[in-house]
Design a protein around this ligand. Sequence first.
Ligand SMILES: [Zn+2]
Length: 161
Amino acid sequence: MSSGTSVDVKHARRRRLRATAKVRARRVETALDKVRVRAAQALTPDPDGMLARRVAVEDAEREVRELDATGRVFTRRDTGARIRTRDTLAAGELAPDADTSDRYEVECLTHHSDPLFFGDAGAAARAAKESDVWCGGCRQLAQVPHSVRARVRKGLTPPAS
Ligand SMILES: [Zn+2]
């Protein structure tokens, strides 16, 4: 039945996930930077909106810094997707002297995405808020017009496939 082999396989899978996730995380950070630059260029100067956005990002970053083992779930207000951010060091999944460059785990619970790992709490928080950059399901949701999303969420129309 359950042998050491399945545990080894699980650990190997976890290691592989972490290794590929690190590369993806770096790509996501680059993509996020581009998205932010584009968003900043597209915005007409709206001091209130900019301030509100900055406060929201700061709040998210503080929340991630205060993460405990169980992590925190953000629900995206625009799409309703739920993104979990976890501190794997606090969860005891990393040895205290381990490389912490993949300490923070971010995954989309709604679409069961492969997790991403970040060494920086702020980067993890930003990735959680902009899951459409790295989660295919979130990207599709983000492309659906808001009015359609609202109707789908109320169950008035089935989601387009
Ligand atoms: Zn998603």
